[in-house]
Write a protein that binds this ligand. Sequence first.
Ligand SMILES: Cc1ncc(C[n+]2csc(CCOP(=O)(O)OP(=O)(O)O)c2C)c(N)n1
Ligand code: SF4
Length: 337
Amino acid sequence: MSGYKDIALRESSFRPGSTLCPGCMESIALQNVGRVSDNGRKTIFSIGTSCAEVSSLAFPNVVAWGRGDASPDDFAKSFSIIHNVFESAPTLAEAARDVSDILADHGAIDRPIQVIAASGDGGALAIGLRSLLHTIYRQSRITMVVLVNEIFANTGFQYSPATTPFAETSTTPVGEAQAGNPRLPLDYIHLCIAAGAGMVAQVSPAHGKLFVKTIEKALACDTTAVVFVPAPCISGWKFDDGETVHLAELGAQCGAYPAFVWERGKGGAVKDCAREADDRPRLEEFLGLQRRFHHLVQKDPASGQFVARPGREPDVERMRSWTQSNVERLFRLAELP
Ligand SMILES: Cc1ncc(C[n+]2csc(CCOP(=O)(O)OP(=O)(O)O)c2C)c(N)n1
Ligand code: SF4
């Protein structure tokens, strides 16, 4: 394992020039993944259609990937990226892994190659869930990074299987018939463990060192490692400039998406999120910072705190009980060997 400072000073393969929204967590996450993976191994990166892809690979205008001035002959610095359709990032990564391994077995290359795939939660958990589960099931030695902004952002902010209950999206509107998203999110961490992943984590760059160390561990995993990155989306979640990292941290601490790292054979842990609700930050503060929950909470002028809107108390209580069950679920999953 490398030192945090050493990693922080590396050159990232995710370079300036993308057209991701300013303040997008995906940009921070990819910059960090790009730094950790600058470790002396050739990297093959497979990315499915998503904000991160359309905003960084609009050839020939924007190609925000690469290893800068590295000589094309420098194998250790070399970087390849495969753009692919929405649902196929893990499958193509698996193919790249297999070809690399065959070339290594036949002596055509003498250095290890690392293969990383990335998708949004729509790509990985809706249309691409089958691809992801089968890549895991086949124990392909890839690192899968799922950027979870909880929506299909680049096609118009539709809900996904990762959308938080009650969130307003373009396909789960707030109205008389429903108060935002009526569904519970898919239990995707459990699914990946059950499918046979070697490592499953949920962590964002708001947990700086933990994020970097988790990506480093995932790259060293000898089967499929899946890292879900909670990714506050300024345009879809509708929060103020400068709140991206704060929201990522608050959401983790209040139980909406606790930081979690699990390794097969070793078990896991929930980090920076208390099991008891009273020991966590108030859920209303997390909701109040995002206009996708404007129908649930409002600011109390007297206390300056966010509180349930009159008549919405039962919905906020439902959110609280979902959050508690979410936290309990992760503590239980952490105990799996
Ligand atoms: C087979 C297929 N269906 C639909 C689309 C259109 N499409 C492209 S990106 C996208 C949504 C991506 O959502 P997500 O994976 O969550 O990434 P985000 O845009 O949120 O970053 C959709 C529906 C497509 N490219 N291919
Ligand atoms: S729409 Fe959301 S996920 Fe997409 S680039 Fe903007 S902030 Fe990032």
